[in-house]
Ligand binder design. Structure first.
Ligand SMILES: Cc1cc2nc3c(=O)[nH]c(=O)nc-3n(C[C@H](O)[C@H](O)[C@H](O)COP(=O)(O)OP(=O)(O)OC[C@H]3O[C@@H](n4cnc5c(N)ncnc54)[C@H](O)[C@@H]3O)c2cc1C
Length: 358
């Protein structure tokens, strides 16, 4: 057996990062991907007519404060400098998120200065009004709970910006690959020692003596023997519209109860540098609905509670019996990770493996 041979199961951002780092360290890497395409949930499709990059599994914006991660992704693609802003539609008006000076002044019809914001927002009535308008119904739709069951103390944990900074993320680095997300994954796997097979799911029966890095669902790997871990799923309703620009921005959150979807995305705004796409007299919008996950649905957000934590522990204890099985990624760890954190986790996993096998 060639012990410088490993398998990576799952060609999402976690698996592709691992495959690349291990190949560059001298390993022969076999990558197995269950779907017919690589990229996991960051996968996009370019609309042939308009050239719009459609995010198949929901909008993805790359953002990070981790220099190592930023350096890594910039080896493969150039980022377009897109800065993410999110608007909220409430009671017929449009507001800038996150919770900051722009939203507070517009919502309450005041003209606070940065110095006045903390005292104003410390007032229980103001906090309550913001919670009821922007958080209660949105959270209820997102998690499928009755509005009255949404914990009002979440508003205590929402940071208030005492500035007009409406950049949604605080991270220093941000953007979308100018050549598209798919090119990031194609280039990561473009290495002579990486052999990719798509439409090929890894199963536990295939586990031999070679190390396998697995980023599929942990419960599925063990045949759901303790029962399925619960998820929230999403349904996307995509529409082509005969206008160059439908909403003037990439994402609008619909925070009221009378609108059944949570957000509407307009993908062309992720590429403001692409004048052809921006000027094309058609656009593609997508309304996002949140729903309870049923077996067979795409898993999007883990439902973290005591029950799922106990179930996860049982699967992890089971996995611990296989010393050459390394489980990671959002599905393997049953954890929400942003893309940069997925890469950080894969880099750390690769480093630990290489140190242990030096
Ligand atoms: C709606 C939504 C929006 C998001 N937006 C952002 C954002 O704006 N910015 C950001 O940084 N992050 C965002 N994220 C997070 C981002 O999607 C994750 O960080 C990323 O997808 C994690 O990559 P992964 O490789 O762990 O998992 P995945 O992308 O799920 O990849 C896992 C891969 O494993 C494959 N697989 C499964 N089982 C098997 C098997 N048995 N054998 C072989 N292959 C298998 C799957 O087909 C898949 O390709 C968002 C997440 C969601 C849910």
């Amino acid at each position: 057996m060639d012990n410088r041979q490993v398998t990576v199961a799952g060609a999402g951002i976690w698996g592709c990062t691992l495959a690349r780092v291990l190949a560059e360290a001298g390993y022969k890497v076999r990558v197995l991907e269950k779907r017919s395409q690589i990229g996991g949930n960051v996968r996009c499709e370019t609309d042939p007519k308009t050239g719009i990059e459609v995010h198949v599994y929901g909008s993805h914006i790359f953002h990070t404060h981790l220099p190592e991660v930023w350096k890594f992704v910039n080896r493969f693609v150039e980022f377009n400098g897109y800065q993410h802003k999110v608007l909220a539609r409430h009671a017929g008006k449009t507001y800038f998120l996150p919770l900051g000076l722009a939203l507070v002044n517009q919502f309450f019809g005041v003209e606070l200065t940065p110095r006045e914001v903390p005292a104003f927002m410390a007032d229980e009535a103001h906090k309550r009004a913001i919670f009821d308008a922007f958080f209660r119904n949105y959270t209820s739709k997102q998690w499928g709970k009755a509005p009255e069951d949404i914990d009002p103390t979440i508003i205590q944990r929402v940071p208030v910006r005492a500035t007009y900074d409406v950049n949604y993320f605080n991270d220093y680095h941000q953007g979308i690959p100018a050549s598209g997300y798919n090119s990031l994954f194609e280039r990561m796997l473009d290495h002579p020692d990486i052999a990719l097979s798509t439409a090929q799911a890894f199963t536990l029966e295939e586990l031999g003596t070679e190390t396998v890095f697995y980023s599929g669902p942990i419960d599925e790997l063990f045949g759901f023997k303790f029962g399925p871990l619960p998820w929230r799923t999403l349904r996307f309703e995509t529409e082509r519209l005969p206008v160059a620009d439908a909403q003037g921005t990439s994402v609008v959150n619909y925070v009221d109860a009378d609108v059944p979807y949570t957000r509407q995305h307009e993908y062309k705004h992720y590429h403001p540098e692409d004048k052809r796409v921006m000027g094309y007299p058609e656009t593609i919008v997508c309304r996002e609905y949140s729903a309870e996950w049923q077996p067979g649905d795409e898993p999007y957000y883990p439902v973290n509670n005591e029950e799922s934590a106990a179930l996860l522990k049982r699967y992890r204890d089971e996995a611990a019996q296989y010393p050459n099985l390394v489980i990671g990624g959002r599905l393997g760890q049953y954890k929400y990770f942003d893309m940069d954190k997925s890469i950080e986790s894969a880099l750390a996993t690769a480093k630990a493996y290489l140190e242990a096998h030096a």
